[in-house]
Design a protein. Structure first.
Length: 214
């Protein structure tokens, strides 16, 4: 997959972990599950700690198409890397089935070429994921609080073609991803949205792991 091509399919994955095990999973993930997935046709778009839940790990993974997703997932989860490390990874997790299958909205695809993985990326900022019903527009509030809109997605209605990894089905949602250079602005927008008259379905204040792209 050309990582400069917008991703037609994206998974937003939220894992509930056993207490105190998040850093264990992040260390394993960043070391073993980034390049090895990308070598099989996927792109790891971002990995994050949830600032409001110490036992939640959030990450995004992109694919060129639904058929490409099925092929890449089969190759990875039947392959040697997952076989070698699945016991250690699964030991950190209580639940890994909170997954939204998404597609870009118009020009809202992840501009992956604009982001650089690793030490060159600023680590003092934050990312806000806004999960909401369709037709609510959060672009202005993001811009007014100094955020940069990274991507906007809507739920992908296609059937899940890799049943071994469940996804949330039958929901119609929009996901906004915004990046902030400082935590304070991200927190201000989170609180304003949470206490507003039309609070979003979910707000995730996130900080990137050392090897996240943004």
């Amino acid at each position: 997959m050309d990582i400069h091509t917008p991703h037609a399919i994206v998974e937003l994955r939220q894992y509930t972990l056993h207490p105190g095990r998040r850093d264990d999973l992040i260390a394993l993930f960043d070391r073993e599950f980034v390049e090895t997935q990308e070598a099989l046709g996927m792109t790891v778009l971002g990995q994050f700690r949830d600032l409001d839940d110490p036992d939640r790990f959030v990450w995004l993974r992109g694919f060129a198409s639904m058929p490409a997703r099925a092929q890449a997932l089969a190759a990875f989860y039947d392959g040697p890397v997952w076989r070698a490390h699945r016991a250690a990874a699964n030991a950190t997790m209580i639940d890994s089935d909170n997954v939204l299958l998404l597609r870009p909205v118009v020009d809202g695809a992840m501009p992956i070429d604009a982001w650089q993985r690793g030490a060159g990326v600023r680590r003092d900022g934050a990312v806000l994921a806004i999960v909401d019903v369709p037709h609510r527009d959060h672009a202005m509030s993001i811009a007014q609080t100094g955020g940069q809109l990274v991507a906007r997605y809507e739920t992908e209605p296609s059937p899940n073609t890799f049943a071994r990894l469940p996804v949330r089905e039958g929901e119609s949602l929009t996901v906004w991803l915004a990046r902030f250079t400082g935590l304070q602005a991200c927190t201000q927008l989170t609180e304003a949205l949470a206490h507003g008259p039309l609070a979003p379905i979910q707000l995730l204040r996130l900080t990137p792991t050392p090897r996240s792209r943004f």
